[in-house]
Design a binder for this molecule. Structure first.
Ligand code: CP
Length: 306
């Protein structure tokens, strides 16, 4: 069903597409747990990782996913390329495609650029994050993580907390979470809340949602995209929005804490919470999100190229 399809955003994914990706991720999670973590599924296929912005999780996850499927993967970094000599993205891509590449994974700082690229080239494109617009594979791996934890989506209460104005993860996740029947509450100060979210179910303090939520989803403060000061001070942010150990202890049994990473320790989550152990520490499933990310990306590559 996803054959040759590009993944540019979450809006264009149907319920059938999502179910297909999540159910295939189960099989690939099993591959990742084997001693020999490799299947020949995409032998002979060539994938390019084209990252114009820094990344740890997404780039590595796609690389591991491609290699576990036996595809050849080329990591392209703009800093060491002819982009530095003025070559355009489209011309760079056309150069790559002349070498008979089968799929490109792209991260770029310009919102909407991946959709534009998708119109220009004739191989599938996967959006690995474009500016403040979308990060669809993050949303899919988050959905998969939630299903592994709760076995369902319908009726789960999820509070998404933090910097919405600069967040591509928020835009992808809200769309997908609502599509799956989850009850989404937006928690953000007005200065970090853009128009498109302000008409939703909005709260301004983490304390308003901490006791009732099944999922506390913390967004990263996107300092690199803030061209002006969006919040008076870190102390003020900590007071109303950060997850600290007092708030952690108020969370209901069975509830979980998610974050797309990388975490700004001491800003959206305190060190104490990040390093918590025992029952409360077990609520933090940030590393499981990363593990499941590989399985979800293997599923996507397989469904598009297999
Ligand atoms: N979640 C995420 O996109 O992390 P990276 O920036 O490390 O890829």
């Amino acid at each position: 069903m996803l054959r040759r399809k590009s993944i540019t955003d979450t809006e264009s994914l149907s319920l059938e597409d999502i179910e297909l990706i999540l159910s295939n991720a189960d099989s690939f999670l099993e591959v990742s747990r084997r001693d020999v973590k490799k299947v020949p599924t995409l032998r002979g296929k060539t994938i390019v990782n084209l990252f114009f912005e820094p990344s740890t999780r997404t780039r590595t996850s796609f690389e591991i996913a491609a290699k576990r499927l036996s595809a050849d993967l080329i990591n392209f970094s703009s800093s060491g390329s002819s982009i530095k000599k003025g070559e355009s993205i489209i011309d760079t891509l056309k150069t790559m495609l002349s070498m008979k590449v089968d799929l490109v994974v792209i991260r770029h700082s310009d919102s909407g650029v991946i959709k534009l690229i998708d119109r220009f080239i004739n191989v599938p494109v996967i959006n690995a994050g474009d500016g403040k617009h979308q990060h669809p594979t993050q949303a899919l791996l988050d959905l998969y993580t939630i299903r592994k934890k709760f076995g369902k989506f319908e009726g789960l209460k999820v509070a998404i907390i933090g910097d919405f104005i600069n967040s591509r993860v928020a835009r992808s996740n809200v769309n997908l979470f609502e599509k799956m029947g989850m009850e989404v509450t937006i928690v953000s100060p007005t200065m970090l809340l853009p128009e498109d979210f302000s008409k939703m179910n909005v709260r301004h303090r983490i304390d308003d949602v901490i006791e009732e939520s099944d999922i506390i989803y913390i967004l990263r403060m996107q300092f690199e995209r803030q061209n002006r000061r969006f919040y008076p001070s870190i102390m003020e942010y900590n007071r109303f929005l950060s997850l600290d150990s007092r708030r952690l202890r108020k969370m209901k049994p069975g509830s979980i804490i998610m974050h797309p990473g990388p975490v700004n320790r001491g800003i959206e989550i305190t060190d104490e919470v990040m390093d918590a152990t025992g029952n409360f520490g077990g609520k933090i499933i940030i590393n499981e999100q990363v593990t499941y990310g590989v399985a979800v990306r293997m599923a996507l590559l397989y469904l598009i190229l297999g």
